[in-house]
Design a protein around this ligand. Structure first.
Ligand SMILES: *Cc1c(COP(=O)(O)O)cnc(C)c1O
Length: 427
């Protein structure tokens, strides 16, 4: 039986990233627990993509639910200009300790955290009277759907109707790679050559570089090597260019380490976090930066200040959820490891299949491309989603890319089920 509210959804709700005319009917979700969603009409769905990459330890984790309830009864919200509260201060200190950065600016979604980082980088140079108007980004990155984020993610291909309204960004080619890729070294050398040419011409005018470190999510779980990124960062640092890591998706253990940055020699000057920050319970984001950047905004005059803020900046409920999630994260190292090991043991099934190619792994994330398949949003890709859902598995392929980005509570047996479901496409 369908619930009675479903007709209200059909009449009044506009769903994200959806062509309503051709989309399959939405599935009504009544509740969720651990790795599972439960529909109102009795279906059980294994959530293999962490509900768009946000659910971290599992749905409805009691430790986080409790922390939010406690906070809601104490302080639910307070203006964050001229006021502060304990959860925000403690969370900021903890995030700084974990990332090695020094200052935390709060917002409430990943796109906004990227806007904040780009604006900070641009004003950082202006405050020092240095003309650095250019932004460099890694091609194919996705940074969100607001205008600055769209400009930096232009090459991800989602923004046709707004193309002429986006500011100029230069794009470094991304040498994405996969298991047993014979061309990797060549692609990386070509990209570095492009970068050397760019820097020789525009390095001193470039304010910042932004990328998703190690894995580009929305453009198809495209992976590239830490050694390449380190080589890029070494070159950028020589020109004083600020480095922004958009770890909105990669943060909180997805790439194996708590942050992708931990796998690199060179460190970013700014970092964006959201999605897993509250373990998927509440919308919250942060932009972290160095003390040097923070100091560049100090002065007697308000015009040097960072004139940016959101109504729900540092919402106490979000901060309480994030603190509770970080407590759990202290113990997730072994979970990340067994997921990584399970994926390593399972992925040869994909690697050796004639209709699959470019199998790849990074930490807890696995991805593979279907040969000769339709683009994002195409009818064939929509049918793919329904195929998996009918098997009780939430996978949401990005065009021809099938990927697994599981909550950390997933078991090896459940992962096996997901790999089998993908192979069942060819039965
Ligand atoms: C999802 C995502 C964003 C945007 O976050 P929203 O909360 O959806 O605005 C930005 N960057 C990356 C890498 C993302 O995966």
């Amino acid at each position: 039986m369908q619930p009675d509210w479903l007709s209200l959804d059909q009449q009044h709700v506009w769903h994200p990233f959806t062509q309503a005319q051709t989309a399959a009917a939405v599935r009504p979700i009544a509740r969720a627990e651990g790795a599972y969603l439960y529909t109102s009409d009795g279906q059980t769905i294994l959530d293999a993509i962490s509900s768009w990459w946000v659910t971290l330890h599992g749905h409805a984790h009691p430790h986080i639910a409790q922390a939010i309830a406690l906070q809601a009864n104490t302080l639910e919200q307070v203006i964050f200009a001229g006021f502060s509260h304990e959860p925000a201060a403690r969370l900021s200190a903890e995030l700084c300790r974990l990332t090695g950065l020094q200052r935390v600016f709060f917002s409430d979604n990943g796109s906004s955290s990227v806007e904040v980082a780009l604006k900070m980088a641009l004003q950082y140079w202006q405050n020092q009277a240095q003309a650095r108007p250019k932004i460099l980004a890694l091609a194919g990155g996705y940074h969100g759907d607001t205008f600055g984020a769209m400009a930096a993610g232009k090459a991800s291909g989602f923004y046709g109707p707004f193309e002429d309204k986006l500011f100029e960004v230069n794009f470094l080619p991304c040498p994405h790679t996969w298991l047993q890729d014979p061309q990797q070294a060549k692609k990386e050398a070509l990209a570095l050559q492009w970068l050397d040419d760019y820097l020789a011409q525009h390095g001193p005018q470039t304010a910042a570089f932004i990328c998703e470190p190690l894995v580009q999510g929305a453009s198809g779980m495209r992976m590239y090597s830490p050694a390449f990124l380190d080589a890029v960062l070494a070159r950028l640092k020589a020109y004083g260019i600020l480095v922004i890591f958009d770890e909105v998706m990669t943060g909180f253990g997805r790439t194996g380490t708590l942050f992708a940055a931990e796998q690199l020699q060179h460190q970013p000057d700014l970092m964006c976090l959201s999605k897993g920050l509250t373990a998927g319970f509440l919308p919250m984001a942060v932009t972290l930066c160095t003390e040097d950047i923070y100091n560049a905004f100090l002065g007697a005059d308000f015009s040097r200040a960072f004139a940016h803020g959101h109504s729900f900046t540092a919402n106490p409920l979000g901060c309480a959820a994030a603190l509770a999630s970080l407590e759990l994260s202290q113990q997730t190292h072994s979970q990340r490891q067994y997921i990584q090991q399970a994926q390593q043991a399972l992925i040869p099934q994909w690697q050796n299949h004639p209709k699959l190619q470019h199998a790849r792994l990074c930490g807890t994330i696995a991805a593979v491309d279907l040969c000769n398949f339709g683009a994002y949003g195409s009818q064939s890709s929509l049918q793919l989603r329904e195929f998996f859902l009918d098997k009780g598995i939430l996978l949401r392929p990005l065009g021809e890319v099938v990927y697994i980005l599981p909550p950390l509570c997933i078991t090896t047996a459940e992962l096996e089920r997901v790999y089998q479901a993908v192979l069942a496409l060819f039965d």
